[in-house]
Design a protein around this ligand. Sequence first.
Ligand code: TXA
Ligand code: MG
Length: 343
Amino acid sequence: MKNTKLLSASSDHDISLCAKVIQDGGLVAFPTETVYGLGADGLNADAVSGIFRAKGRPQDNPLILHVSDVDRASLLYSDVPDVFFKLTDVFWPGPLTLIYKKSPVVPDVVSAGLDTVALRMPDNPCALRLIRECSKPLAAPSANISGRPSPTNARHVMNDLDGRIDAVLDGGECRLGVESTVLSLMSDVPVILRPGAVTPNMLCAVIGEVDIAPGILNPHDDTTPALSPGMKHKHYAPDADVYVVSGDESEIGIKAISAYDEYQKSGLGCIILGSIENEALYAERKNHVLGSRKNPESFCAELFSKLRLCEEYDVVLCEALPMDDMGLAYMNRLLRAAEFKVI
Ligand code: TXA
Ligand code: MG
């Protein structure tokens, strides 16, 4: 058991202490604008192996290297396509992870044996400062036990990883609440492997065309290889049975309460995660508000932390959103948390 220190992301002294821990091969969780990451020296294979052990992460699921500037990032690829600079000019620092051919300096454990590597520059002053002080790229997956909802505050990290890692830098709540958009640059038309706050429309405006991997909204089919190994693993699931409640705005609230009443009748403890628009309708029943249906960003920001609040219930009924813009990122996470159970 490690004695996990809870430190402050607003203290330069604490950030320096954490940089030292990482340079010595240790593990530090830190805030980003998306979710908390669990960082290790990305060029130290032993340190990176520690991430897999601490999270219980399957060995075949590669990690993102977090960088603090574009020029040093480009040294981690074996060569660099023009589209990389077009995208980083507009979206870095920010929630966009780019995948391309890896340089031999990147240890195989980072890329889980693939010949590509994922890079991202986070838009968070503490994260950037930590990376600069380490003067290494930081390998960092989300700082949760594998399979659980990603952590959007330091308490979530401590709940999952206390005793397994060296320190947590507490920087408050993450602004976006869902992980970065993952974009592969390996084909002529880049492919979105995971949707996030950098939406298909935003990418098209800069590079003209993008494809969306079918795995984003469908369960992984074991007969074909996953484009992104993360697609095939269990994800985001709280310790409760989650169902997606589908339908348009006029009927979704009624559908949620009738499912709620049926599950309650059969003796199961239920809770609804829904919109502010339906709050009055849900008032007699257990519920949490995710946000406004007019603002999918608000649903994204709350989803993981509200799922973690539902673990004392048997059944969680959660409103679906249209898949436009950030609604796509929301539905990708929700469908996985629900193991694709839709009512
Ligand atoms: O916002 C984020 O991206 C957060 C913060 C901490 O930066 N990180 C994060 O990391 O979500 P993780 O490990 O939880 O998710 C990374 C995803 C996984 O689905 C993984 O399979 C995929 O990116 N990935 C990483 N490297 C890849 C590669 N070379 N090829 C295909 N997919 C890759
Ligand atoms: Mg993750």
